[in-house]
Design a protein around this ligand. Structure first.
Ligand SMILES: [Mn+2]
Length: 358
């Protein structure tokens, strides 16, 4: 198994790479989308929560050039120099695929754009591209000081206006892609319509990913509710992951397997689910983190204080000879001058100990 570390867009520099290597990481996941661009949240490395009007912030903040083969190769070389393999990019920019998600007029053009990105990623030698096919996106959560020792973390405390307020026009995936959009809210659609949009996306993208040597890896809906902000969601129960895989059975149609999100789901047994999907070779990489509770009442916790027995998960991964990457994903913020880094270092130490254990 490979130990990985995720970097937000503003963290792509040598100091951060060195920190990751010092924690024991050998592989890296890059969030090339700048979630914090012109947003309300400060760039303090916290996972963005955002507000109902603006979401996390504005889409399209990352320069187009960043998605070119040339820049991806430079980024890869810089990471290699620090001792990290560039294993995955996580997430498309809503600026690049809003009309694929919304079935809008630029859908065909944007599908071609995403294919080009996947070809670039393949050409740069990056083996995995993680994505989250979602309209409301990672939205509707609260931030509170309820992890161990009063650490700041995120979660849900029931259904309220943060997760029921309709998505305004011009917003998708919890980011603004058109600030001049007319007043109003996104039209309501049903789950079948959203599955049709995913099918169209996978039918177009998986063959290109296969040719490019890139595994597309789907993140489940976070938080895993059937509906958020009046929009349907796709993967909000463990069995719905199988429905996604069955659309285009391929090594290149795979999963970004988020243990935290899967454990927040109201159905399924996390150990059986982890065993089955890893045994079948469907998992490209794992968000190795812990939670307490189920939607709509849950808290993201430190790796050792949640409801998942992480040692038992590690034993399942070893039994199935899982050879992909594990990353901490997110952790509560620790009370010190480097809250995000301390949280990550703690999680990585715990993961390395589990990995080393017989
Ligand atoms: Mn995750």
């Amino acid at each position: 198994m490979k130990m990985g570390f995720g970097f937000y867009h503003h963290m792509l520099n040598r100091q951060q790479y060195d920190f990751a290597v010092q924690c024991g990481a050998t592989h890296a996941v890059v969030h090339l989308v700048d979630y914090f661009y012109q947003g309300t949240a400060a760039q303090d490395n916290r996972q963005p929560v955002g507000n109902v009007a603006l979401g996390w912030g504005y889409a399209g903040g990352t320069p187009e050039e960043a998605w070119s083969v040339k820049r991806l190769k430079v980024l890869k070389a810089e990471m290699n120099e620090a001792g990290l393999e560039f294993e995955a990019i996580e997430n498309f920019d809503p600026a690049h695929w809003h009309d694929i998600l919304l079935d809008g007029p630029k859908k065909a053009q944007q599908l071609e754009g995403l294919k080009q990105i996947i070809r670039h990623v393949g050409e740069a030698g990056i083996p995995i591209f993680g994505y989250n096919f979602s309209l409301a996106g990672v939205a509707g959560r609260l931030s509170f000081n309820e992890a161990r020792g009063g650490a700041e973390t995120v979660g849900m405390r029931g259904v309220d206006k943060t997760n029921t307020t309709p998505v305004p026009k011009g917003m998708v995936w919890n980011m603004i892609y058109d600030k001049d959009a007319p007043q109003g809210v996104l039209p309501k659609i049903d789950h079948d319509e959203l599955w049709r949009r995913l099918e169209s996306f996978l039918n177009e993208l998986v063959p290109v990913a296969q040719e490019a040597g890139v595994r597309l890896a789907a993140h489940p809906d976070d938080p895993p509710l059937a509906t958020v902000r009046e929009q349907p969601r796709l993967v909000y129960q463990p069995e719905l992951y199988q429905r996604l895989l069955d659309i285009v059975p391929s090594h290149h149609n795979a999963l970004e397997f988020c243990l935290g999100t899967l454990s927040e789901m109201t159905e399924g047994d996390i150990y059986e689910v982890c065993d089955r999907y890893t045994r079948h070779g469907n998992v490209a990489y794992i968000h190795f983190r812990n939670v307490k509770g189920k939607v709509p009442h849950y808290t993201e916790t430190f790796i050792d204080e949640g409801q998942i027995d992480m040692a038992r998960i590690m034993a399942i991964l070893k039994k199935n000879n899982f050879d992909g990457m594990l990353i901490p994903d997110h952790t509560p913020q620790m009370s010190c001058t480097a809250p995000w880094h301390a949280g990550m270092a703690f999680a990585m130490g715990y993961m390395k100990a589990l990995l080393a254990r017989e």
